[in-house]
Design a protein around this ligand. Structure first.
Ligand code: SF4
Ligand code: SF4
Length: 382
């Protein structure tokens, strides 16, 4: 049996066992989608795109569609720690709901402070009930970093003033899987920027359970939904990189799939926002683009229903899905000269943790040469 056949078998068995659990929604997914003008054909097209995004062959498309229809069988508990709620907002506050956001209306969301009606004691009770009733079954989604200084006292939540540190230990203890949503939960985020007075850390630094990181500021809804669908479909987490990010989403550099890449290689750079190069769509490296140091799928999946992405709109990548990007990628609109070294085809696993802490980074020698060639030309012109 080849590896795809065994994956197919694994998915079929997983979906069979999920189908035996009772549904928590009164209306099936198809009805919810229909109410928002999304027909079966649109849904199957979406399922095919998710299948391709997860790097699965097309024969998995009907299974992906079935997995999403069974999403209400898996309870979700979403907790907020030190953060701005931007990750939740970007997922749920869309003008016209997409299938990605509607799935969050359909899943069995047992606890989410921004969305639930309950408050105070009642909210705490809801959380305790979800943890107790679904022990070993629920997916824990965490938004926000964990302040650890002063024994976690920089963040207290709820009527019992439980610290974020206590809360994450408690909620993680019975979870089937833990997703860190966004850069704050994955790596500490802006709270962890120097001098990090609250001792903020990513979730995987404070608990011993396995955690999958879905960083971004905010993360793409596709990366959240894709990881969720993968877990529903196979009952396991996808392959991860050295920073615990799913490889299907964060396996490639922004720079390697960027539509402006030919201009980088040709040494054609935007010298200031609004200049002729900007109008021509030239490379934004000199305007501080951090695409060469950043692993994410923004260039392929884009945002706002695939309409555009930051580099397409004329601003460089800020490197928001990398650890410590607030410190390591600054200043945001200037290049990091210290990072100009070789290794064009390096992957994050090869570069590893030296990516942001040392000078190793992948920009091809020819491209560096072209960058400096264009610099000398400017100097000659002056
Ligand atoms: S430096 Fe930025 S704009 Fe230029 S090719 Fe790389 S990712 Fe694209
Ligand atoms: S283009 Fe860069 S800064 Fe923007 S969302 Fe993607 S990884 Fe983050």
């Amino acid at each position: 049996m080849n590896s795809y056949d065994s994956l197919l078998k694994q998915a079929e068995m997983q979906l069979e066992s999920l189908a035996k659990l009772s549904s928590v929604k009164e209306e099936p997914l198809e009805v919810i989608l229909d109410k928002h003008g999304i027909n079966r054909r649109d849904f199957l097209k979406w399922a095919a795109s998710i299948t391709a995004m997860l790097a699965l062959p097309a024969q998995f498309t009907p299974l992906v569609a079935d997995a999403v229809k069974l999403a209400d069988r898996l309870p979700l508990v979403w907790i907020h720690l030190a953060e701005c709620t931007g990750c939740s907002e970007s997922l749920i506050r869309t003008d016209s709901p997409t299938i990605d956001s509607l799935i969050f209306d359909y899943v069995s969301l047992e606890y989410h402070e921004t969305l639930m009606a309950a408050a105070g004691w009642q909210a705490e009770e809801n959380l305790e009930n979800a943890i107790k009733n679904y022990a070993g079954r629920y997916i824990l989604l965490v938004e926000g970093g964990v302040p650890t200084a002063m024994n976690g006292q920089y963040l207290t939540v709820g009527a019992h003033a439980r610290t974020g540190l206590e809360l994450i230990h408690h909620a993680a203890s019975s979870a089937a899987a833990i997703f860190s949503i966004g850069t704050c939960a994955s790596f500490g985020g802006i709270q962890a920027a120097a001098p990090n007075p609250t001792g903020a850390k990513g979730v995987d630094k404070v608990i011993s359970n396995p955690v999958i990181n879905i960083p971004g500021c905010p993360p793409s809804s596709k990366n959240i939904v894709g990881t969720l669908v993968y877990f529903i479909l196979f009952g396991t987490l996808p392959a991860i990189d050295v920073y615990s990010r799913p490889k299907w989403a964060y396996g490639q550099r922004i720079h390697d799939k960027c539509e402006r890449r030919s201009h980088f290689d040709a040494g054609e750079f935007v010298e200031s926002f609004g200049d002729e190069g900007a109008k021509e769509g030239w490379c934004l490296y000199k305007q501080g683009c951090k695409g060469p140091y950043t692993f994410n799928n923004c260039s392929v999946e884009r945002f706002n229903q695939h309409t555009n992405w930051p580099i397409g709109a004329g601003h460089g990548c800020m490197g928001c899905s990398e650890p410590d990007f607030w410190d390591a990628m600054g200043p945001l609109e200037k290049p990091i000269d210290a990072h100009l070294v070789m290794g064009l085809n390096a992957t994050v696993d090869q570069i590893g943790t030296t990516l942001l802490t040392a000078t190793a980074i992948g920009i091809g020698a020819h491209a560096v040469a072209s960058l400096f060639a264009s610099k000398s030309k400017e100097e000659d012109d002056e």
